[in-house]
Design a protein around this ligand. Structure first.
Ligand code: FUB
Length: 447
């Protein structure tokens, strides 16, 4: 399998990335905390990177230089705001330690508070937790000169109750901790206490939220015979004691998992990370899938999907290789000079791939584009609605593009006016016995 080996991490400008799972592919992102601020969905992940040349042995595992922030624009475009904080800008931090593990950001009043762990230069602990404030969800943040006194550990998870009282959950180990925060959100109001009621085993990745008067405390939990899972417990009070309820996500063979839960546009979502873009579980990529509650408030287990969340609309890439269903065709890492990601390939006669939830809006799209590569000269692929025999809305003839890794963008007319959210199916056609017709990277509706 081809692995992604080059990434431009030091971005100077805002970037826009179209993606299903993983959410972005232009850099590695882990530990995503999703938040909705003023109706907009933001994600605050950590970032993984390759160690600087000559220092590879120092960082056989995580190498984490700092934080970007992202927001969801339109149906499935993630806007990258660039660096929120770089490790050497932490006022109290040790330099060049690449120790910027999972962060969080929360809003109280009209102020955004960004919390992050770093290695302190005073050597007092493995990690301390710092905070910065801003009037804007993506900064610039004004960083406090010192870490939060009385708190030592990783993975800050913030919660603000309906009465505006703030709580800081944190830690990684056999125990997790919680401390109430002072009004200023920068100091603890009482010594941290153990989060009571959690099952035995290694735990980290605290994330708390409230729904229908129930306090949910969610955490990454390592079972000796299963590895990382995401578990949850409930309580009647943010300080507990909690009652363990079970797993939100089973172990997905991902080295670590780290998550957050958010309600956006009426739908609950679980954000987490996985590593299939890099092939190495310390170079992770943030993902998201829908999450559902049962009537009694318990959470249905989330199965990771390629399709993820979001509804690509006019002008946004429909990453067809992040399918809901596939029949006959396969997906593989995209080759040639395409940006990192995947394509649909092995597109034999009558193979098909289905992608749910494309947003045709008010029906103003008149054309559809496709990013293709082909090493042969016969065949076509059709876009249909709902199923492989559903209404035909577009046909792309296939031409030789210079080879299976020579990419070009082609376009064709939409032959029907289509509106609203639709499930589309791409059906590949040629002679029976064709080995493959085309490599297909993405589709895009245009007006
Ligand atoms: O990303 C570094 C560490 O790995 C996080 O702090 C943990 O939660 C785990 O995801």
């Amino acid at each position: 399998m081809k692995k992604v080996t080059t990434f431009t991490l030091f971005l100077v400008a805002i970037q826009f990335c179209f993606a299903q799972n993983p959410l972005v592919t232009h850099m590695f992102t882990a530990d995503p905390t999703a938040r909705v601020f003023n109706g907009k969905l933001y994600v605050y992940p950590s970032s993984d990177t390759y160690p600087p040349a000559g220092r590879e042995k120092e960082f056989p595992r995580f190498c984490m230089p700092g934080y970007h922030a992202f927001s969801l624009e339109n149906g499935s475009t993630w806007k990258d705001y660039g660096w929120i904080l770089k490790e050497n800008d932490v006022p109290w931090g040790n330099k060049d330690t690449f120790a910027m593990w999972a962060p969080d950001c929360i809003k109280k009043g009209d102020t955004y508070y960004y919390y992050y762990p770093a290695a302190p230069k005073d050597g007092s602990s493995f990690r301390r937790i710092g905070v910065g404030t801003s009037k804007n969800p993506t900064g610039p943040f004004k960083w406090e000169k010192n870490y939060i006194k009385g708190v030592s550990g990783i993975d800050p998870g913030l919660f603000i109750d309906d009465n505006e009282k703030g709580y800081l959950y944190f830690g990684g180990g056999k125990e997790l901790f919680v401390a109430p925060l002072k009004e200023n959100m920068k100091e603890i109001a009482a010594d941290p206490i153990k989060v009571e009621g959690l099952p035995a085993g290694y735990k980290e990745g605290s994330f708390a939220f409230k729904k229908d008067s129930i306090y949910y405390f969610t955490f990454a939990h390592v079972f000796p015979d299963e590895g990382y899972t995401i578990g949850y417990a409930t309580a009647k009070n943010p300080l507990g004691p909690f009652t363990y309820q079970g797993k939100i996500m089973d172990n997905i063979n991902n080295g670590t998992n780290h998550h957050s839960v958010v309600k956006y546009n009426g739908k609950w979502m679980l954000f987490y990370h996985y590593w299939d873009l890099s092939g190495f579980n310390k170079l992770r990529s943030m993902c998201a899938d829908y999450l559902e509650f049962k009537k009694d408030g318990t959470i249905k287990k989330v199965k990771p999907t390629k399709r993820g969340i979001g509804n690509p609309t006019i002008g946004e890439e429909i990453q067809i290789d992040r399918y809901n269903e596939i029949d006959g065709a396969k997906t593989a890492y995209v080759g040639g000079n395409e940006p990192a990601g995947w394509m649909v390939t092995e597109t034999t006669m009558m193979s098909s791939v289905k992608f749910n939830g494309v947003d045709f809006g008010k029906g103003t799209a008149t054309k559809i584009k496709a990013r293709v590569a082909s090493g042969q000269r016969i065949g076509s692929f059709e876009i249909r609605i709902g199923n492989p025999k559903g209404k035909l809305i577009a046909t792309f003839p296939v031409k030789y593009t210079g080879g299976w890794n020579s990419w070009t963008t082609i376009e064709t007319e939409l032959t029907e006016k289509v509106t609203g959210l639709q499930n589309i199916v791409v059906v590949f056609k040629s002679d029976w016995g064709s080995t493959k017709i085309v490599n297909l990277n993405w589709l895009k509706l245009i007006e």
